[in-house]
Design a protein around this ligand. Structure first.
Ligand code: FPP
Length: 223
């Protein structure tokens, strides 16, 4: 969800205002993904490296996440969406941890879509933690997936099919590195606060136009 800062600067507003507009874009996109029958949507809201941002911006983001979770819970319940937060919890403010636990409990019965919000998330840390916890065990990839999902508090496992990055950046920035082994990447010039249903539809169209071979040849995949 890149581009909040630049979107705000172009309007003479603060970065926190850009993040607020970003939260509205997240609401629109969740709705659009639900209507497009996306099964799992993961939003990268705060990376473990984002703690390096100015304290004022970090505090504004932590407040915004709490407000977002309260606001989103009702909509998720109405739409059959199970909301969960992936990443580390021990460095988050206690009020935010409470909001996460309430949102997860209230939406636990959702069966139509999984909405995962990544907060204090680092894919490299998740891989290292899981590798350390499973050292010496002869695990399959699927079993490793399950252990990693536990490490990041994710109720779901599985591969990323489509990874969309906005704001013109073309990097992965420590996001779902293990799960994205065969992800299709779509880089959009759109600043995140301007993202919504049309931009999601365009990324999905691009995704469906791609031929996915998973290291095989087209005929093998087709059969
Ligand atoms: C990166 O853009 C964005 C973030 C670090 C924060 C993302 C947070 C939100 C969209 C708000 C809340 C959303 C949810 C789902 C709870 P940037 O600030 O680095 O922008 P820039 O690349 O223009 O500087």
């Amino acid at each position: 969800m890149d581009g909040n800062g630049r979107w705000a600067r172009a309007r003479g507003r603060s970065r926190v205002m850009g993040h607020r507009a970003g939260a509205r874009a997240a609401q629109r996109t969740v709705q659009a993904a639900r209507e497009a029958r996306v099964r799992i949507l993961t939003l990268y809201a705060f990376s473990s490296d984002n703690w390096a941002r100015p304290p004022r911006e970090v505090a504004g983001l932590m407040r915004l996440f709490r407000v977002y979770l309260f606001a989103e819970t009702g909509r998720c319940v109405e739409n059959g969406i199970r909301l969960s937060v992936i990443g580390r919890r021990d460095r988050l403010p206690s009020a935010l941890i409470g909001a996460i636990e309430s949102a997860e409990a209230a939406t636990a019965g959702g069966r139509m879509m999984d909405l995962r919000i990544a907060l204090d998330y680092s894919a490299r840390d998740a891989i290292m933690q899981t590798a350390a916890e499973t050292a010496g065990k002869d695990l399959s990839r699927e079993e490793f997936d399950v252990q990693m999902a536990k490490a990041i508090h994710s109720p779901t496992t599985g591969e990323v099919d489509l990874l969309i990055r906005t704001g013109g950046e073309q990097r992965l920035s420590d996001f779902l590195l293990w799960e994205s082994a065969y992800a299709e990447l779509v880089f959009s010039p759109c600043m995140w606060p301007d993202f919504g249903a049309p931009e999601l539809a365009s990324a999905l169209k691009e995704f469906h136009s791609r031929e996915r071979r998973f290291g095989g040849v087209p005929e093998a995949v087709a059969s």
